[in-house]
Write a protein that binds this ligand. Structure first.
Ligand SMILES: C[S@@+](CC[C@H](N)C(=O)[O-])C[C@H]1O[C@@H](n2cnc3c(N)ncnc32)[C@H](O)[C@@H]1O
Length: 300
């Protein structure tokens, strides 16, 4: 059995995604969806419990023994019966979750997840898609240098997927204002062409290796643009318009790595999300630092 924890307030999106993937839903409980089969990753899940099992138990001690027979590192995803769940949790080894310093290696040890379905039934999975509790990656934040908190999306992506711009890489940052992403790229030693209709924060605009271009992202023609190592887009626009633009960059073979935020206004455009996900070699996920957004990327 597999269990998915939906992104907060995005259970509908997760159901749609799982049914399109052919998963059979067995049970739902708040943000938790239990399925037979189903993919190892789901864009609208913060965490996938890969080998979930349902167990009946008679006492708190028995519940803790069941969990300890399955693994040693557990995170409680508590949605109901909180007091009883906390008593069981108190019998498990404590697990520290210190905020991560950007650049430090993320934890490698498996972290299991469990929850109570009712007073005498637990669901537990010793293996999950994320090593972070509920897939929530928290950083030691820099509250002074970056001009917006959007930088956390890139920190998260680079940390989880082990790839980031190298010193000297050329990055094109579309929809860059006020400059959180540009700040991340520049602080990694990359060269940045930072494009927005709105101005950059002056502190970011004067960073070395940053060139600001006041323009619409869509005015750039990939066919005539010099090649870039990284194409980033955090432009606020309809995802369909972004897809057309990304397809032009891919067809022109001008961007080795691509990272884009799909920003949904009102209803989620599932069709466009699926079309992004079908681009060969690419990935689509809701990062912990995304809002009503998905991050799509393709690393070369
Ligand atoms: C969410 S903000 C980007 C935040 C930025 N990544 C950061 O880290 O600070 C979205 C930006 O998209 C810009 N934008 C909207 N339409 C655009 C267009 N057609 N071309 C370029 N920028 C656009 C807006 O001006 C806004 O600054």
């Amino acid at each position: 059995m597999r269990a998915y924890v939906a992104v907060a307030e995005r259970s509908e999106e997760l159901f749609d995604e799982l049914s399109a993937a052919g998963a059979t839903v067995l049970h739902t409980e708040g943000r938790l969806v239990l399925t037979e089969g189903g993919p190892r990753r789901a864009a609208w899940a913060t965490n996938v419990w890969l080998d979930a099992e349902r167990h009946g138990f008679a006492s708190i001690k028995e519940a803790s023994e069941i969990l300890l027979s399955l693994g040693q590192r557990w995170h409680l995803f508590s949605q109901s019966h909180h007091r009883r769940a906390k008593l069981i949790e108190a019998l498990l080894p404590p697990v520290e979750h210190a905020p991560l310093t950007f650049g430090a290696r993320p934890p490698r040890a498996q972290l299991g997840s469990w929850t109570l379905l009712d007073a005498n039934t637990l669901v537990a999975s010793p293996h999950c898609s994320s090593q972070f509790p509920n897939g929530e990656v928290n950083f030691v934040e820099d509250r002074s240098a970056p001009p917006s908190r959007a930088y956390l999306k890139l920190w998260e992506l680079f940390t989880l997927h082990g790839k980031r711009p190298a010193t000297g890489d050329l990055c094109l940052d579309l929809g860059s204002s006020p400059g959180g992403w540009t700040w991340v790229m520049a602080s990694l030693g990359a060269r940045v062409i930072s494009v927005d209709k709105a101005p950059l924060d002056p502190k970011v605009a004067k960073l070395p290796r940053v060139k600001y271009v006041q323009s619409s992202a869509f005015a750039l023609d990939p066919a005539t643009h010099p090649p870039v190592d990284w194409l980033f887009s955090d432009v606020i626009c309809y995802p369909g318009r972004l897809l057309e633009h990304v397809e032009r960059w891919i067809a022109a073979e001008k961007a080795r790595n691509l990272v884009c935020t799909l920003k949904f206004q009102g209803d989620t455009d599932h069709d466009v999300a699926r079309r992004f996900a079908r681009i060969p070699g690419s990935n689509l996920a809701h990062l912990h630092h995304n809002k009503h957004e998905l991050t799509w990327w393709r690393f070369g």
